[in-house]
Design a protein around this ligand. Structure first.
Ligand code: GLN
Length: 282
């Protein structure tokens, strides 16, 4: 006798709860929508129906992976960011809602040429290009696997002809000038890594999370390398960990950025540091 969606869901929630998953009902529902191939919003309508053997196997497999603390995004292969769905894999940092604030701030002013350092899934670059149709951009990442994903996301959202994705150790292979440079670099201190949730610590790319030091190493490198790539008046915009705002703002001040500010996210935590290159007034 085939089981209904409701029956499978109830069992899965118990299983996820048993291993301490934060929001077991939300995850089980997302994984069941994925297994059934229905949109999340239509799942409730489908729950009373018997589930095919194939969909049941897909769901059982997905739940087993989630029990093993694999993130939902890795299981279903995508994650939503700034209103769009992005392909993700174990090779890129999962797009996070707090990074949307960086996109929002970047969009407050017009830009024509944007550079995204450590682009990962490409979620920042692609969102910016989608929202600013006259802009072009470069996404750089040291990981060739990440660059593949970023390229696919640029295609997926129709901005591939305006986005150049290239393998580069920070700015090593970058030429030209930009009026906006953005980055969400690895900023977790090595000492903090063991305290992260298993979904992050065990499944996300190590080098996208930590600099292997005090958490400020990437900012030091970026602050040293970026000024020659910025046009006069160009902006540098960096996501930071919530304790790092002041330290990163000081780095920007030190290398000559002006109007340096620290901007909080929706949780009122310091999240983005912004600075401007001095304008060329003479
Ligand atoms: N914001 C991420 C986290 O706290 C870390 C991402 C990063 O280091 N850029 O899990």
């Amino acid at each position: 006798m085939p089981r209904t969606g409701t029956q499978l869901l109830v069992e899965a929630v118990q299983q996820l709860k048993g291993v301490g998953i934060d929001d077991p009902a939300r995850d089980a529902r997302r994984l069941l929508s994925y297994a059934l191939g229905v949109e999340a919003g239509r799942l409730t309508l489908c729950l009373p129906a018997p589930v095919s053997e194939e969909a049941k196997d897909r769901f059982t497999n997905a739940i087993a992976r989630r029990v093993n603390r694999e993130p939902v995004s890795h299981i279903i292969g995508s994650r939503s960011f700034y209103g769009r769905d992005f392909l993700v894999s174990k090779d890129v940092l999962d797009p996070r809602p707090e990074t949307e604030i960086l996109v929002e701030i970047a969009l407050q002013k017009r830009f024509r040429r944007v550079l995204d350092l450590g682009t990962g899934s490409g979620c920042i670059l692609v969102s910016l290009l989608c929202e600013m149709p006259e802009a072009r951009g470069v996404g750089a990442d040291i990981s060739p696997e990440a660059c593949m994903i970023a390229g696919k996301n640029a295609h997926r959202h129709g901005v591939a002809e305006r986005a150049e994705i290239l393998v580069s150790d920070w700015t090593a292979n970058i030429a030209g000038h930009f009026d906006l440079v953005v980055s969400n670099p690895p900023y977790i201190a090595l000492a903090e890594m063991s305290g992260l949730a298993p979904e992050v610590r065990d499944w996300e790319p190590y080098h996208a999370l930590t600099d292997g030091g005090d958490g400020l190493g990437a900012y030091r490198a970026i602050c040293e390398m970026v000024p020659p790539l910025l046009m006069p008046g160009g902006r540098l915009m960096l996501e930071v960990g919530h304790t790092q705002g002041r330290a990163v703002a000081e780095l920007l001040d030190f290398v000559g950025f002006e109007n340096v500010s620290i901007i909080p996210d929706l949780d009122s935590k310091d999240r983005v540091v912004v600075g401007e290159m001095p304008a060329n007034d003479g």
